[in-house]
Design a binder for this molecule. Structure first.
Ligand SMILES: O=C(O)C[C@H](O)C(=O)O
Ligand code: SF4
Length: 547
C-alpha cells in the first residue's frame, strides 16, 4: 500500500476544497426556490460564489475543516496499524499546506496540537468486508453545525409541537423540531442525518452515517422514504431561511436510518450538517494503495447556479441583499429579477427602517454606529481584529494588547499559512457568535468596541449592550471563507498565538468586507424576529400526520 498516504492526502484535499456534485445540485435547487432579491437569496448567491472560489483556488470551502471522520472497509488481512500511520501523515501534510485548519484542541488546557492529531482525533472507524479493495470515506463536519446536533428521548414534550410519542409521528415531530432549534446557527440551508433507535452513542453514530448517503438516493424502507419526503416538503415552511435570515429554503436534504433499540429506550438522534457538506470517498487498490475510483460525484463541472443568476463581485452580492426592495437599480446590480415589491414586503425590520449600503472605515464613531439599522449593509475597510472564545474569556479580566476604541471584532478562526513574507489568510469565514454571549456586551463596553461581526446572531444581553453603549452586530455569511479571505488585504500582526491559530487575535487589514446589520443600537434583532416567527409556524405541525 505504498501509495496509500498520497491517496488519503488527495482525498482530504478534494473533500475540503471541492463540494461534491450531489451537494452542489441541492444548493442549486435551493437557489431556484429562493427569491433572489431577498437576503437569503443573496446569501445563497454568496455561498455559490464561494464554492466556485474554493474549487478554483484549491483552498478550504469553509475555514472550519471540522472533525476528520473516516469510515474504512478493508479486506481481511490488511494491516490497519500501518494504514493509520499513513492517514496521520497525510493529515499533518494537509494541515501544513493550508488544506485543513489545525482543529485538535486539548479539552482541559485549550492547547491546539497544531497538526490535527491528538487524543480522539482524527476519528477512524475500521470495518472488514469480503471485497478485494479498501473503501475509505471521509466527512469534514464543522463545529458550528455539530453544536446543533440534537438527541431526543421519546416520549417527549416538544416546544410548539406537544407530545411526541414512541411512533413514526413522534419521530416526525422530533425531526421538525431539530430543524427549528438549529435556526441559522448551523449555517443553513443544511442537511440532516437522522438515526432512529440504538443507544445514545450508536444513535448519534447512525445519524452521522446517514450523511454518507447520496443526496439523491431513495430510502429502501418505505416508511422512512415517506418521512424523508414529508420533512423535505414541510421543514422549509418554518421560514428560517439561509443563515436564519428568514426565507423559503432551510433544509437541502434529509436522510433517515433505523436500528434496533432497548425496550426502555427510544432515541431519535439528529446530525445537522451545514451547506458546506464536505464528504467524499475513494476505492483504493489493496496492494498498491492507489485510488481506483472516487465514490461520490465530483463537483467539478456541476453548476451551483439555478440558471439565470449572474455572478456579481463579492462586495456587491451582499450589498444587494441589504438593499432588496429599495430600487430596481439595486436589484439589477446583483442580476436579480424584478421581484422587488415582494422582497420589500418581506424584509420585515429592514423594510420598516429602509435599508442602505453604508461604507465605514475602522475605527468607527458612536454616531456612525447609532445611525445603522437592521437590514443595512455595511462595507468595511480598515483594521479588524479576530476574537473568539479564548480571547473573549481573556479580555474579561485582562487588558487588550491593542487599542480597541471604535474597533471591529470579527468572530473568526481563520486558516493561516506562513512563508518568508509573513502570514497569509487561506480561509476566513465567521464563526457562531452566540458562544460569546456571556462576554460580548461587557467587553464592548470595557474597550469601546463598536462593531462585532459573526454569524447566527447574539442574545438579549448583547442586544441591550448594543443599545446602551452604541454598538452593532453584523452578520457575515457562514462558511463563505474564500469570499471573505479575498477581502483581507494584509495581516498586520497577531497576538496570543499561544491560543492556537483559530483562537489567536489576528489584526487584519480589510477592504470591501460586506456584512449585514442584523442587530442594531435601537433594540432591533432580525434573529429574535425570525425565531419568533418560526416558533409560530412550528405550531402548524402539531396534529398527527403518520398514524
Ligand atoms: O470554528 C469555526 O470556524 C466555525 C464553526 O464551524 C461555526 O460554525 O461556528
Ligand atoms: S462555519 Fe458554517 S459552514 Fe463552516 S463548518 Fe461551521 S457551520 Fe459549517
Amino acid at each position: 500500500m505504498q501509495q496509500f498516504e498520497d491517496s488519503i492526502y488527495n482525498l482530504i484535499v478534494e473533500t475540503s476544497t471541492n463540494l461534491p456534485g450531489d451537494v452542489r445540485r441541492a444548493v442549486a435547487k435551493g437557489r431556484a426556490l429562493e427569491d433572489k432579491a431577498t437576503r437569503s437569496g443573496l446569501a445563497l448567491t454568496t455561498i455559490a460564489q464561494n464554492i466556485g472560489m474554493a474549487e478554483q483556488q484549491i483552498s478550504p470551502i469553509c475555514q472550519d475543516t471540522g472533525m476528520l471522520t473516516f469510515i474504512i472497509h478493508t479486506p481481511v488481512g490488511i494491516n490497519q496499524i500501518e494504514m493509520k500511520k499513513d492517514i496521520y501523515n497525510a493529515i499533518v501534510r494537509a494541515t501544513k499546506n493550508g488544506k485543513l485548519r489545525p482543529n485538535s484542541v486539548d479539552s482541559l488546557t485549550g492547547e491546539n496540537s497544531g497538526d490535527n492529531l491528538g487524543e480522539g482525533t482524527p476519528v477512524i472507524h475500521f470495518e472488514q468486508w469480503e471485497e478485494d479493495s479498501v473503501d475509505v470515506r471521509l466527512i469534514l463536519k464543522g463545529g458550528g453545525c455539530e453544536n446543533k446536533n440534537i438527541q431526543y428521548s421519546l416520549p417527549a414534550e416538544l416546544e410548539g409541537l406537544g407530545k411526541a410519542g414512541r411512533d413514526l409521528d413522534g419521530i416526525r415531530k422530533c425531526i421538525l423540531h431539530s430543524v427549528y432549534q438549529a435556526q441559522g446557527q448551523g449555517c443553513s440551508a443544511g442537511f440532516i442525518g437522522v438515526g432512529i433507535g440504538g443507544d445514545r452513542t450508536t444513535g448519534y453514530e447512525l445519524a452521522k452515517k446517514q450523511l454518507f448517503r447520496k443526496v439523491e438516493d431513495v430510502n429502501p424502507i418505505e416508511d422512512l422514504q415517506k418521512m424523508e419526503d414529508y420533512i423535505m416538503e414541510n421543514a422549509n415552511k418554518l421560514g428560517i431561511g439561509t443563515m436564519g435570515f428568514g426565507g423559503e429554503v432551510t433544509l437541502l436534504g434529509c436522510k433517515v436510518g433505523v436500528i434496533n433499540r432497548l425496550p426502555a429506550s427510544f432515541f431519535v438522534s439528529v446530525a445537522y450538517n451545514c451547506w458546506a457538506f464536505r464528504r467524499q470517498g475513494v476505492l483504493v487498490d489493496a496492494a498498491t494503495g492507489s485510488i481506483k475510483e472516487w465514490l461520490y460525484e465530483s463537483g467539478t463541472g456541476v453548476s451551483v447556479d439555478e440558471g439565470s443568476v449572474q455572478q456579481p463581485e463579492p462586495a456587491v452580492v451582499i450589498a444587494a441583499a441589504g438593499n432588496a426592495g429599495v430600487t430596481t437599480e439595486d436589484a439589477s446590480i446583483a442580476g436579480a429579477p424584478a421581484e422587488i415589491a415582494t422582497a420589500a414586503a418581506r424584509t420585515d425590520t429592514a423594510a420598516a427602517g429602509g435599508s442602505r449600503e453604508v461604507r465605514l472605515t475602522a475605527p468607527i464613531s458612536e454616531e456612525d454606529i447609532r445611525s445603522l439599522r437592521v437590514g443595512d449593509v455595511v462595507i468595511l475597510s480598515g483594521e479588524m481584529h479576530t476574537g473568539r472564545d479564548a480571547l473573549h474569556k481573556y479580555l474579561m479580566d485582562h487588558e487588550a494588547p491593542v487599542d480597541l476604541n471604535g474597533a471591529v471584532i470579527y468572530h473568526c478562526g481563520p486558516v493561516m499559512m506562513k512563508d518568508e513574507e509573513g502570514w497569509h489568510v487561506k480561509a476566513a469565514g465567521p464563526t457562531t457568535s452566540i458562544r460569546e454571549e456571556p462576554y460580548q456586551g461587557d467587553i464592548m463596553k470595557k474597550f469601546g468596541i463598536r462593531a462585532v461581526i459573526g454569524k447566527g446572531g447574539m442574545g438579549p444581553k448583547t442586544l441591550a449592550a448594543l443599545q446602551e453603549h452604541g454598538g452593532v452586530y453584523l452578520n457575515a455569511i457562514g462558511g463563505a471563507a474564500q469570499y471573505y479571505a479575498e477581502c483581507i488585504k494584509k495581516v498586520n500582526a497577531v497576538d496570543f498565538m499561544e491560543f492556537g491559530i483559530p483562537e489567536a487575535m489576528w489584526h487584519l487589514d480589510v477592504d470591501g468586507f460586506a456584512a449585514i446589520v442584523t442587530m442594531d443600537a435601537h433594540g432591533n434583532s432580525l434573529h429574535a424576529d425570525v425565531e419568533k416567527d418560526s416558533a409560530a409556524k412550528l405550531i402548524q405541525f402539531r396534529e398527527p400526520v403518520f398514524k
